[in-house]
Design a protein around this ligand. Structure first.
Ligand SMILES: C[S@@+](CC[C@H](N)C(=O)[O-])C[C@H]1O[C@@H](n2cnc3c(N)ncnc32)[C@H](O)[C@@H]1O
Length: 225
């Protein structure tokens, strides 16, 4: 492993806004913040948005700056990626940001029922041959349901047409309420509306920039759990 990555691993472990339980946690004792994120970490009663598979946490940081009266938590298994978002949030003194380094598969161990009010999924891995690993598969939707408040919105951004079509199918199959969907957000500026457009095209993740440079279309949908 490269020196720079090792340095980031060491540094991220010291950040006050990053939680990284051991890779094989003993789950018979609940995660200390579970059910207490608002009271014990954020020290307010504001709603919590999650960014799952957050990578460098572009959405977590940008949304936290834009919405100071909401709390944001980015989650990813890759510590060197989280480092970037966490460092920026510390530099910007954003008290409404946290990151968790963990597999999302264990999400119910970090949050209590109804603790979450919104979930962003920017460019999740499509896992073409492993449906259950997709962050919008039935198994993950059930996990989200177990930690979310009523009518929690899931926002998915992807360059992958197959994953987009799979997600459309998931919404239909599970009788979920589709609030909005668009197969090419950058060519539909007028239709999207200013507010949504600012969130969708005004914030670009690391992967998104790469996909755009390759000329890929970016799809988006938001639906209620
Ligand atoms: C394609 S990258 C996108 C990263 C970022 N959202 C972006 O748009 O730049 C997918 C990310 O999801 C993370 N990921 C995928 N499955 C995961 C899981 N089950 N638990 C935690 N992280 C996961 C990967 O580590 C990776 O950082």
């Amino acid at each position: 492993m490269g020196q720079r990555k090792l340095k980031k691993f060491a540094e991220v472990a010291t950040f006050s806004n990053v939680f990284q339980p051991s890779i094989s946690p003993v789950w018979d004792s609940p995660f200390p913040m579970k059910g207490k994120w608002k009271s014990d970490y954020f020290k307010n009663n504001n709603l919590i948005t999650l960014e799952l598979g957050c990578g460098r946490g572009e959405y977590t940081v940008a949304l936290a700056e834009k919405f100071p009266h909401r709390n944001f938590i980015g989650m990813d298994v890759k510590g060197a990626r989280i480092w970037k978002g966490a460092k920026k949030a510390l530099e910007l003194k954003l008290g409404n940001v946290a990151f968790i380094r963990s597999r999302i598969d264990f999400i119910e161990n970090y949050f209590a029922p109804t603790e979450i009010s919104e979930i962003w999924l920017p460019f999740p891995d499509p896992f073409p041959r492993k449906e259950n690993r997709r962050l919008i598969s039935d198994v993950f939707l059930e996990r989200y349901r177990n930690i979310s408040a009523k009518a929690t919105k899931i926002r998915l951004k992807t360059d992958n047409a197959d994953l987009y079509s799979f997600a459309l199918g998931q919404v239909k199959k599970n009788n979920l309420v589709m609030a909005y969907s668009c197969a090419d957000i950058y060519s539909r500026g007028n239709e999207i509306g200013d507010e949504r457009s600012e969130l969708l095209t005004g914030i670009q993740t690391y992967y998104e920039k790469q996909f755009l440079s390759l000329g890929r279309k970016i799809c988006y949908m938001e639906f209620q759990l």
